[in-house]
Design a protein around this ligand. Structure first.
Ligand code: ARG
Length: 462
């Protein structure tokens, strides 16, 4: 028979060209387990409403269970004639329980309320998976920071040497945004825990069904939607998910870019493990940071998924429009990309080695202690305007002489300013500079230890 869900008023079947355009089963097949869970819940509210007998419900649930098993083991698959996942699974149900019973399940629901409910379920599951993978990365980075708590490195602004910082402080600066991403996923999940099932095509159902019962059975903690038009037509939950995943990609790309730089001959700050780097097909000596590069590259793709989706939604009239079928592939892709990227990225970060000697050699280079001179002068009651000027003159003198700040003689300091007594040397070393920045959030070892314990506590309570 006709496998379409809507043949009744048509004289002719669809053209092959239309079918080719319209088909979505090659990607919405991912929704199969959620579709079947939705059908079970729907069968139960049909029974509650007196539209299925107890015996019919039992046989319906049994048929759905068998269908679910056949989907899982691959013995039931979609055919080219199945327009979408909903058509495919209705065909599967009819084949298992017969057309008389199977044909009753569609009462009071539409693919419009179905698809957006299943989509929410899929994304909520993947949000949990991605959240777990982010936690793994956070733990790895926290471990990396903890294992190198006393290592100093050049801190940069404008990619120029600015002030020395602790390596741990820098690494934790990458953990903080990941904590916010994880929080964003949890907050998104709360907003998305509302079921559109029962909205029908757009206007709700006349059959006395119970959308709250369906919502509860499908794990939507916040019940069913308050507006059936909004339920079927809104996709801000998808756009927000696409934003969060793009932001995760962007945050990874910022770590990645630094790993790529740090892994160069010129920086030589880190060495990547063989198992997490790649070779060249022509240059035998090469060891490339491909994981970091793929992270950088995939962030572009994740941004594209977000912007494409926003463009699809812009100015779309209420309620459901077929344009909305374009909502799924971009975020399916965002999930799948992050789910392959994050484990590799975490592995790369877990196994790299840190070149402490190199980082500490460069930490004071580029006159990065000039601010310490200025702040030392302020502590001697010199106005900051003057102190800044004096420290700048020290740098100028060093450049002229080709020396570092701590190599200026007492006489040279005194000639620059009467305030520059030999005591200034107390801050002209990296350890002193770091230790002095001991306010909350600063780079002093004591402040970084506080940050570390806050982040660890945060990771435990998640
Ligand atoms: N496959 C469609 C989607 O993903 C759901 C079907 C709704 N189709 C329809 N003609 N109302 O949006």
């Amino acid at each position: 028979g006709d496998v379409r869900l809507w043949g009744g008023r048509f004289e002719d079947g669809p053209s092959a060209a239309l079918e080719a355009l319209s088909a979505s089963v090659h990607f919405d097949w991912r929704l199969a387990p959620y579709d079947i869970a939705g059908s079970r819940a729907h069968a139960r509210v049909l029974h509650k409403a007196g539209l299925l007998t107890a015996d019919e419900l039992t046989r319906m649930i049994d048929g759905l269970d068998r269908l679910a098993a056949d989907v899982t083991d691959g013995s039931f698959v979609a055919t080219v004639a199945d327009e979408d996942i909903h058509s495919a699974l209705e065909r599967g149900l009819l084949e298992r329980v017969g057309a008389d019973l199977g044909g009753k399940l569609r009462a009071g629901r539409s693919r419009n309320d179905q698809v957006t409910t299943l989509f929410r379920m899929y994304l909520r599951d993947h949000a949990r998976t991605i959240g777990g993978l982010i936690t793994d990365l956070q733990r790895t980075l926290v471990g990396l920071a903890e294992a190198h708590q006393s290592v100093a490195m050049p801190g940069r602004t404008h990619l120029q040497h600015a002030q020395p910082v602790l390596f741990a402080h820098h690494i934790l600066a990458h953990v903080q945004p990941l904590s916010r991403d994880a929080e964003r996923l949890r907050q998104w999940d709360k907003r998305t825990a509302v079921s559109p099932y029962g909205s029908g095509a757009l206007a709700g159902s006349s059959l006395g069904l119970d959308p709250e019962a369906v919502a509860a059975e499908l794990g939507f903690e916040r019940g069913s939607v308050g507006n059936s038009i909004d339920g079927t037509a809104s996709r801000d939950f998808v756009a927000e998910f696409a934003f969060i995943t793009a932001m995760i990609g962007i945050n990874l790309s910022r770590i990645a870019e630094e790993i790529i730089l740090w892994n160069t001959k010129e920086f030589s700050f880190v060495t990547l493990h063989d198992a997490f780097s790649t070779g060249s097909s022509i240059m035998p000596q090469k060891k490339n940071p491909d994981i970091a590069e793929l992270a950088r590259g995939k962030s572009g793709r994740l941004i594209g998924n977000l912007t494409g989706l926003l463009a699809t939604l812009k100015a779309l009239p209420l309620a459901y429009n077929r344009d909305l079928q374009e909502d799924k592939e971009p975020v399916f892709d965002s999930c799948e990309q992050l789910e392959v990227l994050l484990p590799a990225f975490t592995g790369m970060m877990a196994t790299l080695t840190v070149n402490r000697t190199r980082m500490e050699e460069l930490a004071p280079a580029g006159f990065s202690l000039a601010t310490d001179i200025a702040e030392w002068l302020v502590r001697q009651n010199v106005p900051f305007r003057v102190a800044h000027e004096v420290a700048g003159e020290c740098v100028k003198e060093c450049e002229a002489l080709g020396v570092e700040l701590d190599q200026l003689t007492d006489d040279q300091f005194a000639k620059i300013s009467e305030h520059l007594t030999p005591d200034v040397r107390s801050v002209l070393n990296v350890a002193g500079s770091l230790a002095s920045r001991n306010g909350r959030g600063g780079t002093a070892p004591s402040a970084v230890a506080v940050q570390l314990s806050e982040l660890k506590a945060d990771l435990v309570i998640q």
